[in-house]
Ligand binder design. Structure first.
Ligand code: DQA
Length: 240
């Protein structure tokens, strides 16, 4: 599946992005709420969430606050307030999935697992490293931790500093895919990492992030280009 991020600073910008992205038919849309200037005002967030849902129609929405320490934008909310925001968004059922980092307070994680389940919302447990690529064992461990924590989906995004690092991510993905019962989403970022955005699906990654209108991480490629590549990959691997 292809996911395109929204990074608008206000509702008008988000609507503008979404209006351009929807005709490109992503499978999933991620709202990166850490880019939203009104993040500290729950009413503003809820208004925007409802508007996004209206325009997105049947395309599922993934709600993500990426923390500053894992590569997101700095925000003024405390971690308790972030959890409150996620709770309100879950209760409103304006989103279909939430992304919450594995490094968050385990009590917060379990609280949101409960709230998401109560509202029929899927939970992605994520790990990001914008500096380097850990070993394949560590990548598999992060995805295993996601499953153990009760997440519906595990996600790992790492930075490669060499082509070997790209192989490490793909190897970790393939291993995790064969060991775990939940779907995994993995990617390497940056120039080298763009290979994983095109070919990661063959190694077990369930979702790849692409540019619909704007990019949210280094190495994302335009959805039009990605669709061309995925069509070729799927057609040529069809016999296997
Ligand atoms: O975790 C991810 C993956 C990502 O970092 C990427 O590299 O495509 C982009 C983020 O918006 C998303 O939350």
């Amino acid at each position: 599946m292809i996911c395109t991020p929204l990074i608008g600073k206000d509702q008008d910008a988000l609507v503008g992005e979404l209006t351009k992205v929807i005709p490109k038919q992503p499978d999933l849309i991620e709202w990166r709420v850490d880019f939203f200037d009104g993040i500290a005002n729950v009413n503003e967030v809820m208004d925007a969430a409802k508007r996004i849902k209206e325009i997105a129609g049947n395309t599922p929405i993934l709600f993500t606050r990426r923390s500053h320490k894992e590569g997101g934008q700095p925000i003024s909310l405390s971690e308790d307030e972030v959890v409150e925001l996620y709770t309100t968004v879950c209760a409103s059922q304006t989103v279909d999935l939430i992304d919450f980092e594995l490094s968050n307070n385990p009590e917060h994680f379990q609280y949101l697992r409960k709230k998401s389940l109560e509202n029929g919302i899927q939970m992605v447990a994520s790990y990001h490293n914008f500096q380097s690529t850990p070993s394949s064992d560590v990548i598999v461990q992060k995805l295993t931790d996601a499953e153990r924590a009760g997440a519906d989906i595990g996600k790992v995004a790492v930075m490669p500093n060499s082509l070997e690092d790209v192989l490490t991510l793909l190897h970790g993905t393939l291993t995790a895919k064969s060991k775990l019962n939940i779907p995994v989403i993995t990617m390497s970022m940056g120039g080298y990492g763009s290979l994983t955005r095109m070919f990661g699906g063959a190694f077990g990654s369930a979702v790849t992030f692409a540019v619909g209108e704007n990019s949210s991480a280094p190495g994302q490629i335009p959805i039009e280009d990605l669709k061309t590549v995925l069509t070729i990959v799927q057609r040529s691997m069809g016999g296997n």
